[in-house]
Design a protein around this ligand. Structure first.
Ligand code: SF4
Length: 448
């Protein structure tokens, strides 16, 4: 029998974000991100309030330009009791402007500056602004959006993501700037977990102990999205890693918070079923997980959070879930297959990868995900070859971040969509009302 060791949190330094303290001396913080257009200040404030009521302790907005930074300043004036984060890609001038307004600025090392020299110049300037305005930084690396320089040296690998992050951390340490949170995200749960573990090791070697934010990108929605998030986030929480968490779902952001809370409590509360009744054992290459949940959603979440890391770390390729509650027993077989798929160990059904949407999304993402799923299920009832289909809100981050999807449906502008086969754009800027049908046609032609 495998009894779980007491939860032991990785020691970290403390990062202040507004009035919120993040790090191992404090509870694991829950956060989410707006899917409104940031310039729609009224809607953006209302969404922040709803998410705060659902448990968000930090709230992030897309700030793609100076107009969005100005809108964020208006939102900030109205939302004083919730730390706000500006999410910046591509434009270091926007990051500089956001540092004067937001409690924390997220930058992506993959698209911050073109050369090592430029990174040093721009990042040093940003750090000076952050020090002056007491603004924290998140260095947020994403699989699929590494810089060409890092890609050339390492490829799109855990080593590349770690190196990209460490490059920025060394500059911050040189400048004696410590209000930093790190994130390394990927849609592939195993890559995400491997990379975060690698980053922790790299930091330990250089005596750095920055807090970590956890999340699986493009996890999708519904039960599959929750299972995938739980596999990735749960594996790291089990290691004691993680100081803030976001569960990214293609749903309204307030729906993410109960899931994040449940995952955190499962690992950190000594009275949770993890430490009182659930247990795992290994027979050959099969993991057998016995669990006492009597609620289907909790069973899925806890089993996924627990089994991913055990499957990988113990070299298991098969999973048997044994609920002690008879009402749960019918669910066990499908759940086992879903967890194996979320852990990247088997693909038995079509996988839908979709981003949560944000201020960059120019079409109704949630409705589109539902439409594609429905249409695809109708079309491929007898299909024997499970595909991976990505539905991404924007062209800016979508194509790079849709991982190894077979087909991609990517927002290209207001009500305009581009369709991809692997990384190749097949149809560009087609009207949204034709896009689902054209995607299905493309898949039919490729898979007669
Ligand atoms: S892919 Fe684009 S729309 Fe979707 S969450 Fe990322 S930045 Fe936002």
């Amino acid at each position: 029998m495998h009894f779980y060791p007491k939860y032991a949190r990785r020691r970290t330094s403390t990062t202040r974000v507004g009035d919120l303290l993040i790090g191992s001396d404090y509870p694991i913080r829950l956060q989410t991100m707006a899917n409104t257009h940031t310039t729609d200040v009224e809607l953006s404030i209302a969404q922040a309030r709803r998410c705060q009521a659902a448990g968000a302790e930090l709230f992030r907005y897309t700030t793609q330009g100076i107009r969005e930074v100005e809108a964020l300043a208006e939102i900030k004036a109205a939302v004083k009791d919730l730390p706000l984060v500006a999410d910046v890609h591509f434009r270091s001038d926007v990051a500089d402007a956001a540092a004067l307004v937001a409690d924390k600025v997220r930058i992506n090392p993959g698209n911050y500056a073109p050369t090592e020299e430029e990174i040093r110049v721009r990042f040093t300037r940003l750090i000076a602004l952050c020090k002056e305005h007491k603004t924290a930084l998140r260095i947020g690396v994403n699989h699929g959006s590494l810089s060409p320089r890092i890609m050339q040296q390492y490829g799109d690998t855990p080593e590349g993501m770690t190196a990209s992050c460490m490059e920025f951390l060394r500059i911050a340490v040189e400048q004696d700037f410590r209000d930093i949170v790190l994130s390394i995200k990927a849609s592939d749960t195993r890559i995400m977990v491997t990379t975060v573990r690698m980053l922790v090791e790299a930091m330990d070697k250089e005596d750095m102990h920055f807090p970590l934010h956890l999340g699986v990108t493009e996890a999708g929605e519904g039960e599959d999205g929750r299972i995938k998030s739980a596999v990735g986030i749960g594996a790291l929480l089990a290691d004691g890693i993680g100081d803030t968490v976001r569960v990214s779902l293609s749903e309204e952001p307030e729906a993410e918070l109960p899931v994040a809370r449940e995952l955190v409590e499962y690992f950190t509360d000594p009275k949770s079923l993890r430490y009182t009744q659930n247990q795992a054992e290994i027979e050959g290459h099969t993991l057998i997980y016995t669990c006492a949940e009597d609620d289907a959603q909790l069973l899925a979440l806890h089993a996924a959070a627990e089994c991913g890391h055990l499957l990988w770390d113990q070299g298991c390729t098969e999973l048997i879930i044994r609920p002690t509650c008879t009402a749960m027993q019918d669910l066990a077989e499908t759940l086992s297959k879903d967890i194996l798929q979320a852990a990247g160990l088997r693909r038995y059904k079509t996988e839908f990868v979709s981003c949560p949407g944000c201020g960059r999304t120019m079409f109704d993402l949630q409705q589109t995900v539902a439409q594609v799923k429905q249409a695809f299920q109708r079309q491929t009832t007898n299909d024997q070859r499970p595909l991976k289909i990505a539905i991404m809100g924007c062209i800016v981050n979508g194509p790079g971040e849709m991982a190894d999807a077979d087909y991609g449906y990517v927002g290209a502008g207001r009500d305009r969509i581009s369709l991809y086969r692997k990384k190749e754009c097949i149809l560009k800027n087609i009207p949204q009302e034709q896009a689902v049908e054209r995607l299905l046609q493309l898949i039919r032609e490729d898979n007669p």
